[in-house]
Design a protein around this ligand. Structure first.
Ligand SMILES: [Zn+2]
Length: 339
């Protein structure tokens, strides 16, 4: 077990990481150091892909609108009127009237569509938040106090005005976590299956903290915002390139950036063990050897198999695990591999 751990995670860190001014252990980074490190290590594709996704979203709005206007019976009705010649209006005037009418219809339809989409997204966001209030435990000074204190420390280091609320919910075995947002606050769900590793045989708070730090990264870098959800909703209307190229590329860059935020918050934990937890599960991950894991994946397969895996990564919202682990282990913290 320690073969792997000694290689990548400082075994001294089991007691958690003390922030600046902490009573014991290593002195942590200052907020400025953390925030500078995040700027330096943010994936360079992230912001350009975000801009491209906004452009795609704008084109998607246009396409959705066009589809709405052309799909209905309205166009057929107009051409029927024109062909019948029943309107006693001179041709040029009719053209102006029709152009004006169509423009007004497009504007009204466009505004209605945008408002309805925003309402829909807001309803979905509050539905998700209601799920926390209905089925999760809110992390507090009494419930999961270690996690609460670590969240306070991350908030301070990131200079966030408001501490994200953290919720724990059992998810029938799924090892996962996510960040979302409602008006005025981001919040984080840690699946209980993740939190369990702090209480099971390994007493591994470090991996829980790393996963939470990654989620703080999403909140800190504003990855979950109404405007992002809005544009990505409409980017899906661009056939193929929206849902299968642009949005997954943006998402993968964001995952790498959030991993770097976690590393900046926890400079003595590179996060590889947290990834092994996601791959190997809560009991055996401590016994896995990351070198062998990467070695086997690099050398045991033929070109067709690698191409199949390349496709898996290309279509995925998260970088596949070997790419992600290689990025986490890169001491120079360069861009993770996107394709
Ligand atoms: Zn993530």
């Amino acid at each position: 077990m320690d073969g792997m751990n000694n290689n990548f995670v400082n075994p001294q860190m089991t007691g958690g990481y003390n922030g600046p001014g902490g009573p014991t252990g290593p002195v942590g980074p200052t907020p400025k150091q953390v925030q500078d490190e995040i700027k330096r290590t943010r994936h360079t594709w992230e912001v350009p892909m975000y801009i491209i996704s906004i452009v795609a979203g704008m084109m998607g709005v246009g396409m959705a609108l066009l589809q709405f206007l052309l799909d209905g019976d309205m166009m057929a009705g107009i051409s029927e009127i024109l062909e019948s010649g029943s309107l006693d209006i001179p041709g040029p005037l009719l053209f102006v009237l029709l152009t004006f009418g169509m423009s007004m219809l497009a504007i009204i339809s466009g505004v209605t569509m945008i408002v309805l989409t925003l309402v829909y997204i807001i309803i979905v966001l509050y539905q998700l938040y209601a799920d926390q209030m209905s089925y999760s435990v809110k992390v507090s000074e009494k419930n999961y106090p270690e996690i609460y204190r670590k969240a306070q420390e991350f908030t301070m280091l990131l200079g966030m005005k408001k501490q994200p609320e953290i919720y724990v919910q059992q998810m029938n075995g799924q090892l996962n976590a996510y960040t979302s947002w409602v008006f005025g606050k981001p919040y984080i769900q840690l699946n209980a299956e993740i939190v369990d590793v702090a209480y099971l045989e390994h007493k591994d708070l470090e991996s829980v903290y790393f996963i939470m730090a990654h989620e703080f990264g999403h909140a800190y870098l504003h990855h979950v915002q109404l405007k992002y959800l809005f544009w990505s909703f409409f980017a899906n209307f661009l056939p193929v390139i929206g849902p299968f190229i642009i949005l997954p590329l943006l998402s993968r860059a964001r995952e790498y950036s959030s991993d770097r935020v976690a590393q900046a918050l926890m400079p003595n934990n590179n996060g590889v063990e947290a990834m092994l937890l996601l791959i190997g599960g809560r009991h055996t991950y401590k016994y896995l050897d990351a070198d062998d894991y990467l070695e086997r994946i690099k050398n045991d397969h033929n070109a067709i198999e690698y191409f199949a895996r390349w496709c898996t990564n290309f279509l995925s919202t998260h970088p596949i695990m070997p790419f992600r682990i290689e990025a986490l282990r890169d001491v120079r913290k360069r861009n993770g591999r996107m394709i």
